[in-house]
Design a protein around this ligand. Sequence first.
Ligand code: MEV
Length: 314
Amino acid sequence: MLERSAPGKVILCGEHSVVYGRPAIAVPVAGLRARAQIEPARGGLRIVAADLGEEFWLRDAPVEQPLAALARLTLEHLTAAEPDARLTVHSELPIAAGLGSGAAVSVAVARALVAFLGHELGAKAVSTLAYEVEKIHHGTPSGIDNTVIAWEQPVYFVKGAAPEVFTVSAPFWLLIANSGIPSLTREAVQGVRQRRDAERACYTAYFARMGQLADAARQTISAGDITALGPLLDENHTLLRQLGVSLPALDRLVASARAAGALGAKLTGGGMGGNVIALVCVERKAAVAEALRQAGAVQVWETLVKEDGLPPRH
Ligand code: MEV
């Protein structure tokens, strides 16, 4: 049995505006992973994703089935024949919650299949395969999810450009709190597009400011000035509210984190549900986590953002 995995992700600054060409910053969540196990079997490729309620033979799966699409694209990329194998997928990531579960599953499956077939693929190639499947999930994805998940490093991302890996001078803690409200990124992105088409000048200004916040966040992280990062996250949340992608439940979580001593807090990902993140110093971590639970979070995770010391995996 061979296993490969991929992390979840959170966007620190710049979700939605990244779809319109502005920069964004995302970091992997190493402790929350999707896993794909593969072992020899008979009769073709059998894909089992119990968490998703899916089990099928590759040859019988429709074109738009995301796992099947990923497997077919990977085989095509390697010019390999369908193997006789059983591929099992598990994910610790909540689905439809802004943590990149779709891209994490894609990257884990691509990595497992590639390794089973005796090949190696770098982050760029794996990310490109996962991006094709993101289009099935999300319609018009920017590509930030598959990129940060395949690279497994904090990235400064501009749609269509190579991701930039940057220095994290001082590691910092984030709490991730799940509102328990499922939300499809595709719908949140479509909603923003409709409102932006109706009020173009206003939305262009919001997106521009979000891009400036992402640039400023990169500078503060590179300088190790984590206290200065907090207000940037707060302002980003205000702008996301103006875009219409927050909900009272998310605002409540954000407010509770700030009141309990978080340095900054915001929703993360598409919004309309899903998760919020809170930037915390280590002394306030437990108190902020408790405040988030009291304010309705159904799960709270913590992650330390740092460089892994490895060169970028292209
Ligand atoms: C989803 O994680 C982030 C969004 O900006 C959509 C995208 O970038 O494709 C909302």
